[in-house]
Design a protein around this ligand. Structure first.
Ligand code: AR6
Length: 176
C-alpha cells in the first residue's frame, strides 16, 4: 500500500473512494461533510437517509464507517466515518484509529483500490493535528501490512492547508 500526501480539497480528488468526516446523524454538517454534500449533490443524502431508515436507526456509531454513492463527485463512493470529538480528559485515540481501519475495511468490501482521507476529527472536533497525523498514519500503515492486510493500493491524505500538510509530512518522516 502506497501512502501519499496531497494539499487541497478532497472533493476534487479522482479516486475510487473519498472518506467523509461525518457525524452520527449522517445528515450532513460543516467542514468536509458540508463540502462533500454540496458538491456531490442530493443523491448522497438520499442514500444516507435510507441508511438511517434501515441499518443505522440510531445513527452511525463513532469509529465506524459506511459507504454511499459519490453522486456527482469524481469518485465512485463516499465512505462516511464518524471521528471522535477530542477530549483532554479521556483518551479516544482508539476510536480515531478505528475510523481509518473501518474505512479501509469498507473500501476492501467495495473493491476500491484508491482511497482519499481528510484529517478526520481535526476541524470542528478539535483534535490536535500532530497527534491526529500520527494516529492516522500508523492506523493506515497497520491496515496495509500483516496477514489480514487491506487490498487498497493507494491511500491519499488530502490536507486542506500548508500547515496540515507540513505536520503530516513530518509525522510520515518520523515513522521512517
Ligand atoms: N477538503 C479537505 N479537507 C478539508 C476540507 C476539504 N474540502 N474542508 C475541511 N477540511 P471537519 P471533524 C479539513 O471539521 O473535525 C462536520 O460538521 C479541516 O481543515 O470537516 O471530523 C460533521 O458533520 C480539518 O483539518 O471534520 C461533523 O459534525 C479536517 O478537514 C463534524 O464536522 C476535518 O475537519 C466533524 O468534525
Amino acid at each position: 500500500m502506497k501512502i501519499i500526501l496531497a494539499e487541497g480539497d478532497i472533493t476534487e480528488q479522482s479516486v475510487d473512494a473519498i472518506v467523509n468526516a461525518a457525524n452520527s446523524s449522517l445528515m450532513g454538517g460543516g467542514g468536509v461533510d458540508g463540502a462533500i454534500h454540496r458538491r456531490g449533490g442530493p443523491e448522497i443524502l438520499e442514500e444516507c437517509r435510507a441508511l438511517r431508515a434501515s441499518r443505522y436507526g440510531k445513527g452511525l456509531p463513532t469509529g465506524q464507517a459506511v459507504a454511499t454513492t459519490a453522486g456527482r463527485l469524481p469518485a465512485r463512493w463516499v465512505i462516511h466515518t464518524v471521528g471522535p470529538v477530542y477530549s483532554r480528559s479521556e483518551d479516544r485515540s482508539h476510536l480515531l484509529a478505528s475510523c481509518y481501519r473501518e474505512s479501509l475495511h469498507v473500501a476492501d468490501s467495495l473493491g476500491a483500490a484508491t482511497v482519499a482521507f481528510p484529517a478526520v476529527s481535526t476541524g470542528i472536533y478539535r483534535w490536535p493535528m500532530e497527534d491526529a497525523a500520527r494516529i492516522a498514519l500508523s492506523a493506515v500503515r497497520q491496515a496495509g501490512s500483516g496477514v489480514a492486510q487491506s487490498a487498497v493500493r493507494e491511500v491519499r491524505f488530502v490536507l486542506f492547508n500548508p500547515g496540515a500538510y507540513a505536520v503530516f509530512e513530518r509525522a510520515l518522516e518520523q515513522m521512517g
